[in-house]
Design a protein around this ligand. Structure first.
Ligand code: MLT
Length: 390
């Protein structure tokens, strides 16, 4: 039962490994507070659940769904972008449904990478960009995201021969794990770069609706020329508290959407239509949840920033996302710090190096835990460590 080479070096998914550590600690009787995975603890809005319940009873929905997604779902996505950013998207040709955006992010590599082709991936970055690339036989080339550059990649530092061999570039703003944001001038440079080297941009934007103090993140698709060079991955997960439902989409360049849809139609059969109907309700129905989530995450972010400051950190409040990305204290690596914190306090934080080499020296706090538990987590740090040195 020898495994294929492509998976021999593949570890279990980052958060599957962290889940194991949590299970081990719980088995020892530790009261674990997980600030690990970015999995909203808040419920999906009732009107979306009600729609699911109704749609699940309709036998029409018990049959195979359409491969690209119901036209009504794709229309709802197009309408959502129109309302949000006044972008015109053709629901017939420029949208495909996904079983969560993670699935599409992994499969896009199979559409465009021949063995040895390069995909430019942000480092630190969501692990799926690199894993999808490697599984497809491609070679991930890291774009360092450094704090001094606002965690934006420096495109002019990409060697010419790498740029010529690159077929895909993954980007993700508001950014996981750093919480950084990107403005239009950055995206304009990205689009010019993509045109010059014939690179497809895969922008991953699941955190676009979680922003603070009136800041409104750009959708990549609203930047002039974006649709000429790429697509945007999006999902119901973080905006509507629907990580468990597994529904997302890709939208943008029609040729890329067609290719992604073609590979998917051969290996999966789409999303349960009742879930698509519920997602339509989410996208076009009452949007109060977006403001409510922002308020909740803002309060949590304030608690974390305040708590970290009291512990000796100097850390800026991210303008968006559900994450905070502080440096580890003096004398620690990302892994040694996160291990010590778990051992001493039962608090799970994610080591920055699990997002890539350039994540070393940082750790990530996810704000997907209620204020009481967040306060308790910070109190446990205080009780065990007092102040840290940097
Ligand atoms: C994260 O915590 O980075 C993501 O929520 C994990 C995921 O989407 O798998």
């Amino acid at each position: 039962m020898e495994e294929a080479r492509r998976i021999q070096a593949l570890p279990p998914y980052l958060f599957a490994r962290i889940d194991e550590k949590i299970a081990e600690a719980k088995a020892k009787g530790v009261d674990v507070i997980s600030l690990g995975i970015g999995d909203p603890d808040l419920p999906t809005p009732d009107h979306i659940i009600d729609k699911l319940v109704k749609a699940a009873r309709n036998p029409v929905n018990h049959r195979y769904p359409s491969y690209a997604g119901m036209l009504e779902f794709r229309q709802a996505v197009a309408e959502w972008y129109k309302r949000r950013s006044n972008i015109v998207i053709d629901p017939q040709k420029e949208v495909v449904s996904l079983i969560g955006s993670k699935e599409g992010i992994a499969h896009i590599a199979f559409c465009y990478l021949n063995p040895g082709d390069i995909a430019l991936i942000p480092d630190p970055g969501y692990p799926v960009y690199g894993v999808g690339t490697a599984l497809a036989g491609g070679v991930p080339y890291a774009l360092p995201l450094k704090e001094e550059n606002g965690f934006l990649p420096e495109l002019d530092r990409i060697p010419e021969e790498i740029a010529h061999k690159a077929k895909l570039m993954f980007l993700n703003y508001p950014n996981n794990p750093t919480g950084a944001i990107a403005d239009e001038s950055f995206y304009m440079k990205v689009i010019a770069f993509a045109k010059k080297y014939d690179i497809i941009i895969c922008h991953d934007g699941p955190y676009s609706e979680i922003a603070f103090n009136g800041y409104k993140p750009l959708s990549f698709l609203e930047v002039p020329g974006a649709k000429d060079v790429g697509i945007e991955f999006h999902s119901m997960s973080k905006t509507y508290n629907m990580t468990g439902w597994r529904i997302g989409w890709a939208a943008g360049n029609a040729r890329v959407i067609e290719a992604l849809g073609r590979i998917k139609s051969n290996i999966d059969t789409g999303v349960f239509q009742a879930i698509q109907e519920a997602a339509i309700e989410g996208l076009l129905g009452n949007q109060d949840i977006i403001g409510e989530n922002r308020k909740i995450y803002q309060e949590r972010q304030d608690i974390v920033i305040e708590g970290l400051t009291a512990l000796g950190w100097t850390v800026e409040s991210p303008k968006a996302t559900i994450y905070v990305w502080p440096r580890v204290p003096k004398g620690f690596t990302s892994a040694s710090f996160c291990e010590l914190v778990l051992d001493k306090t039962g608090v799970v934080i994610t080591p920055g190096n699990s997002y890539g080499e350039y994540g070393e020296g940082y750790f990530r706090i996810s704000l997907t835990t209620n204020t009481k538990r967040l306060r308790e987590a910070l109190q446990r740090l205080q009780d065990n460590f007092g102040k840290f040195e940097f």
